[in-house]
Design a protein. Sequence first.
Length: 554
Amino acid sequence: MEENKNLNGQEQTADTASQVQDTKLADAKIEGNDTAEVLESEKNVIKETTGDSVEIYDEDSSTDLSDSIKKKKRKFKKRYIIIALLLLGVVGFIAAKVQAGKNNIVIVETTDVALGSIESILSISGTVQSGETKSYFSEVSAPVDTVNVKVGDKVSGGEVLITYDAENLELQEKSAELAIKQAKGTYSSTAAGSAISTTASGYAQNMTIGQINDRLDQIVVEKEAVQKQIDEKKNRINQTIDELKKTLNDVNQNGLGDQYETYFDDGNTNWATRKVETVEGDSNSKQQAILVLNNSITDASAALTRDPQIIAWQDQITALNDESTQLSAALKSKVNGGSVSASKASLDSTELTQENTISKLQTAKEGVKADFNAVVTEVAAVEGQTVSAGAKTITLANLDDVQITIQVSKSDLPKVSLGEKVDVTINSKPYQGEVSKISGTATKNSNGVAVVETIIKITNPDSDIILGVEASNKIHAQKADDTIVLPYELIQTDSTGDYVYVMENGLVVRKDVEIGISTSTEAQITDGLAVGDKVISSDITDLTEGMEVAVSVE
């Protein structure tokens, strides 16, 4: 049994060896006939097994084994030679391709370097504001008559904004004048030291100096009140005369209507009432009407001097004047000689105070006027309310002094300088401006970025400007003429800096450049190029320095 197993194993080993030999033969036929012959001879060898060993015998006992080994060595050397030749061929192909690429000239487009102009314009928005705001304070203490404006109104220089009660101002002015006059009289009487009459002395013998002065002040007020009544009645009479004259003129020109009535009433006594009834076209009636009108005019004119009420008022003023004279004389008798210096000082003080008051009152009569073209930003005065001297009445923002506040970042700050021109647009309307102020300190905006407040002054403001709106500003920051300017797209940048490719003697040459003023489309070249250089303007993606190039010919 054991011997059968060994025998079977030897047979299997022989079969396996035979299969390997067949495979080698097949591979050798592919590589070459000589190799195949060697392997074919090996296949003819007879293999015998005896026990654990295998003995191999050649069928042709006449074949020399040393010849077979020599042939196999020769075939292995030939294989390496073939492989080496193939590698040399590949390397040569690649080298040829590279050499062919070097010898291929690339067609490019160029731009001739020339002188030109460039300007950097900085666009920053800002808020429109007034460069001057003025608040007006009342110079007098008086009731406000009218307030002619409200917040937001635009006003012109010289326009009346607020008026005061005219009668009140007039009364204050007269009182001030009388105070000066009284002070002068007091001083004169004291200095003269003249004796007063017995009548005057007895008239005020029971009155103190203070009482006399109070009565003198009261007389002034009473005289003003009576004079006001006289003026009012005379004004009514004059108004009646004017109406009579107008009616007379109308009758003379147009005749009379079917029924024509004219009444002349003085308001109290009906002293000049007339009634005319006539028929149009009646000449006698017309003449009668003219006669009546003329008589009424005469009566009314006479009443200006002969009216009993006016005469009575005038007599009242005369009596008050006499009383004032007597009291003034009596006052002198009560002042001792040592009061002369005090009286002079009082006069000087009164004149200073009252003359200043009179000046302010006269100015107040003209009302509060705008000093410039402006917009009203605040109204504190109220019609009918008495304002105190020094109280604020109104505030204006000057429209002749308009400015725009902008915030300039630190990167843009070197581009901005005083006096630079600015194109300003406010509500779609163009204006001219210039940089008038650059703050000396920086602040941080809402994003935490450091900015510098800069003021742009509008040089041609008008009434269309609205304060508080946003304005678009284009600052003409930097400008250069007769300088080298290139399109920004031709400039390349790498780790060493900015550069361009130029064509020199048919080769690509890199030139490093320095950039001065720049915009979004152009850049000033301050160093690195000369006029006449040919900058490559076509695609440079595949270009390298030293490559042969030529300009395209259209």
